[in-house]
Structures are given as C-alpha cells and as structure tokens.
Ligand binder design. Structure first.
Ligand code: 5AD
Ligand code: FES
Length: 433
C-alpha cells in the first residue's frame, strides 16, 4: 500500500515535463532519506494534494510544510530525521525544477555552488540523465590534428607565445586515414580539433570533411575555433553536422583578462552564426579559472540555457606551467561535479561529456562525472606520437596510450557503471521544429 505513488490531479502551470521531474525528485529523496514527501498546491484556504505516497501514522505527527515557488509546497513527513541544512537543500532542488524566474534560478544555483554537496544533488542529476537520455554513453573519437594556434589565451598551453611546444600539423590524408581507422573501432562520431590554425584553408577543411563523410559512416564534429558565417556554411554543406566552441566564461571582464586577443561579443556571434548555419552546437566553460566566482559560474550555466545548446563541454581549469596562469589553483572535482549536476538538471537532454580534463584532475574523475549527469566520453584517436604535444594542460591522461587502448578503456568504464555504449550517431536530442 505504502509504495504506490498516487496522482491526484494535474494542476495548472505544471506541464508534463516538470511534473515528471518533480516526481523523480521525490522518489530520489525518499530513497535516500527516511522521509516521505507530498507535493501540494497551496490554494487560498486548502491544500490540494498533487502527488505523494501514503503516509503512516507515526510519520504524520512529524511533518513540516515548506512553501515553494508560486503556490506550490512540499510537506516532509519524518522531518526530524533531517538536519535544517538538508531541509533547505531539498527545498532548493524543488525550487530549481519549478522556477521560471531568472533571478530566483540564479539565487538557487549560487546556493548549490557554495554549499557542500549532498548526495541527493548527484542522484537527482543522474535520474534526470536517465529519464531524458537513457543509459547509453556516446563515444566521440577525438583527432587533435594541429596544435598551432594563432591566439594567446592565458590558460592554454597551445597559445602562440608558448615556444616550448613542438608544433605539428597533420596533412589531410593522414587525418582522413585516422578517421577511417576509427570506423574499425566502431566510432560513430569523429571530432576534428585543432588550435586556431589559419594554415588550414576553408577549402582544405571542407575537403577533409567531404572525404571522411564519403569514406566512413561517421558524424563529424568540428572544433576549429572562430570563423565567419560563410565558412561555417561551407563546412556544414561539406557534411559536418556539429561544432564545438566554448564561450569559456560568460563574464566579459574575466574573458578579456584570460583571452586578451579575443572579443566576447564576436565569440557569442560565432555561436549564433553556427546556429544559422544549421550546426548542432556545443559550448561551455572552464570551472576554476582564477578570478572566477560562484556568481560567474551561475551566469555560465544560465548562458548555457539561453543558448539552447545541443552539447555542453565543461572542464576544470588546470594550470599549465608554460603559461602565465602557471601559479594559479586548479579546478576541483567537487565543484566540477556540482556544475555538471546542475547543467544536467537545468538543460535536461543536452549531450554532456565527462571531459578528459576531469579525468586528469582525478583518476576516477570521468566515472564520477558520468554518475552525476554526463552521458558522453571523448576517447582520444590522435596517434600516440602527437598526443604529448597537444598539451593544452599538463598531466593529460592517455598520453602514452594508442587509440585502441582508449577504446577498450572506455568500453570497460561504461560496463563498470552499468551503462552501455551507444551504437547510433548520437545526434542532438533537442527537437527544433
Ligand atoms: N585547463 C583546462 N582546460 C583548458 N582548455 C584550454 N586550456 C585549458 C587549461 N589550462 C580548454 C578550453 C578549450 C578546450 C579545447 O580546452 O576550454 O576550449
Ligand atoms: Fe585513454 Fe582510458 S581513455 S586510456
């Protein structure tokens, strides 16, 4: 009797998506804590029961009503089993799901970013991932084809001022051959990444894309930096479907500091142009940049929402000894886990990778991130002899491995987490009609 969840009535302003999310949240809470929660609609002189379980007598006397956004609320039965912090944490999660008000959303995000994480945040993010994306992990095979870069971003080891890097550029045919070898490993997406290297003309990039599309059965993601709308359109026409361009930080002042030779507005314009060119777009930020506050990270998350991204790339800052930010602290796995969990809860069905950088700050980093919202891995396909030179940050994982080592490794990782490797292309889950 007690385990049935009763649906009383679909109340106004609660669409099916939100309703399901609230129910999932309630189930997560009841699994983790010895309490029962009823979700209610507070009318003028009565409470309308929206959903919740049957409550035993002993719990009924130990109840507390917490008012939430607008006219909703929860009654927690057995509330004395929770600390005051746990109660506000739980209320905060309901608020994040319910609220449509930007200021209130931002306040809540900041609260979670500055509070020590409770397990419930990660469990709920994992449940939302399962609900919207399923248990499949999508693999994107990464080819780092050139480490030349025309820019001087303060954080990045490939910055043009860094004379300590051995620079390499793979010729078109070699890139195409690596992509073909990825077919053998059953990859369905190839990511072509480089520094901003003008040595590759748009015609050459289009040629590479066309050849890979003709000779393999893979989707192509490009990550080659800022270009003009016409170039993006040509690349799209050549057959590339997706494009990654992180905004890095949503704070214009911080942006100017860490990317002194770039322009924030121009970068945002690139993301708009990519949308216009009909790409599936991925963007995101670095967590733990020097000078970054929780307010800034909250704005980063809100910008991800505003951009309506298909994919979100978030990684921790790792100071590179060959850059001006060498003495700064690195981003932590704790903060990363919170940001990923919030990104999942806020953006629902975006593709969210457990990035290589997260595996580089913690040996279990990618596994941890896959358990709190992520659903994508990007194993490296770059031939081993070039990998060590694509040193965006130090101590990068997989430097000594070959492509099939990484492939085997991520397969085992998926199984150990009770997940499966996706067989399809893993296109965007957003519908844009
Ligand atoms: N630490 C973490 N991430 C970095 N990136 C560049 N340098 C660093 C660093 N030191 C990230 C940027 C870029 C992506 C390819 O790598 O976000 O977009
Ligand atoms: Fe490269 Fe694990 S993914 S060794």
């Amino acid at each position: 009797m007690a385990n049935e969840i009763y649906t009383f009535k679909q109340t106004e302003n609660l669409n099916q998506g939100k309703y399901s999310e609230l129910r999932h949240l309630t189930e997560c809470i009841e699994q983790l804590y010895p309490v029962r929660v009823r979700f209610i609609n507070i009318k003028e002189n009565r409470w309308e029961f929206v959903f919740g379980q049957d409550i035993s007598q002993e719990l009924i006397v130990d109840a507390k009503l917490i008012a939430l956004e607008k006219k909703y609320g929860i009654i927690i039965y057995g509330v004395s089993k929770l600390s005051a912090e746990q109660q506000s944490y739980i209320a905060g999660l309901y608020q994040i799901v319910l609220t449509t008000n930007r200021q209130s959303l931002k306040r809540n995000i900041i609260y979670f970013l500055q509070t020590k994480a409770e397990e419930i945040l990660f469990n709920f993010a994992d449940t939302i991932r399962k609900f919207y994306c399923g248990d499949e992990i999508h693999l994107r095979g990464l080819i780092e084809f050139s480490n030349y870069c025309a820019r001087d971003c303060l954080y990045c080891g490939l910055r043009k001022d860094n004379k300590a890097v051995f620079r390499y550029r793979l010729p078109s045919q070699e890139i195409i051959d690596i992509a073909k070898s990825a077919m053998v490993l059953n990859y369905k997406t190839i990511v072509l990444q480089s520094g901003e290297d003008p040595a590759y003309s748009i015609e050459q990039l289009c040629y590479i894309v066309r050849e890979i599309k003709q000779q393999t059965d893979c989707a192509i993601t490009l990550s080659v930096g800022e270009r003009c709308l016409a170039d993006y359109q040509k690349l799209r026409q050549a057959g590339a479907e997706r494009y990654l361009l992180r905004f890095e930080t949503s704070n214009q002042e911080l942006f100017k500091k860490i990317k002194p030779d770039s322009d924030y507005q121009a970068r945002i314009q690139c993301l708009k142009d990519l949308r216009k060119a009909d790409f599936q777009i991925g963007s995101g930020c670095i967590v733990g940049l020097p000078g970054q506050t929780v307010e800034i990270i909250a704005e980063d998350l809100l910008l991800m929402l505003d951009l309506d991204l298909d994919m979100i790339g978030i990684g921790p800052f790792i100071p590179n000894p060959e850059t001006p930010l060498q003495a700064d602290n690195k981003g932590t796995i704790e903060m990363m886990s919170k940001v990923i969990a919030l990104a999942r809860i806020l953006t629902k069905n975006t593709h969210l990778p457990a990035t290589t950088a997260v595996g580089s700050i913690d040996p279990q980093g990618r596994q941890k991130i896959l358990r709190c919202g992520a659903n994508v891995l990007m194993p490296n396909l770059t031939p081993q002899e070039y990998r060590e030179h694509y040193r965006i940050y130090p101590d990068k994982i997989c430097i000594k491995e070959q492509p099939d080592d990484c492939h085997g490794c991520v397969g085992a990782m998926a199984i150990s987490l009770g997940r499966t490797i996706a067989q399809g292309y893993g296109h965007s889950l957003k519908s844009r009609v």
